[in-house]
Design a protein around this ligand. Structure first.
Ligand code: FES
Length: 167
């Protein structure tokens, strides 16, 4: 009886050990699947030097797979509560997806025009014509000098977002 008991115990411990090793290996595998890829982590924050922008010539960069419009406003372009002010310069920072159905508007002379259904946005990213129901959205950003980091919620972003929320 004691031999039988020992054999059962041994088999039980062996099974438990194999199960524990298998479980641990599964957890490692699942973690690797769940964790974001290094390229995704690196893509979470994007730094842009605004000081290099030419007034009136917006640029489009990609952040987290979305187009981001960055415009240094000219003196003729109206001030707006969503302007990012750095020194003497005013900038528009906006997610470049039309707020109607998500097309990417293109800059034409002095406004962004959406080719899908004719929506238009002024240099402050406000909708001024067509079906878009609201201005272009504001991406989170922080500011250091003339550099912005997309993906971080800095005080400048919070101030502009609060102003947009009450507009
Ligand atoms: S998607 Fe831009 S106007 Fe419809």
């Amino acid at each position: 009886m004691s031999n039988e008991t020992n054999r059962r115990d041994f088999l039980g411990y062996s099974f438990a050990a194999v199960a524990a090793v298998g479980g641990a290996a599964s957890l490692v595998g699942m973690k690797q699947v769940w964790d974001p890829l290094p390229s995704v982590l690196a893509g979470g924050f994007t730094k842009v030097e605004l000081g290099e922008l030419k007034a009136g010539n917006p640029v489009t960069i990609t952040w987290r797979g979305k187009p981001i419009f960055l415009l240094k406003k000219t003196a003729e372009m109206k001030d707006n509560e969503r302007d990012l002010i750095i020194g003497d310069s005013r900038y528009t920072v906006a997610i470049g997806l039309c707020t109607h159905l998500g097309c990417i508007p293109a800059w034409k002379k002095d406004k962004w025009k959406c080719a899908c259904h004719g929506g238009e946005f002024n240099p402050s990213a406000e909708q001024i014509f067509g079906p878009p129901p609201r201005p272009l959205d504001l991406p989170p950003f922080s500011v250091k000098g003339t550099e912005i980091t997309l993906g971080e919620e800095g005080p400048e972003y919070k101030k502009i977002a609060a102003a947009m929320a009450t507009a």
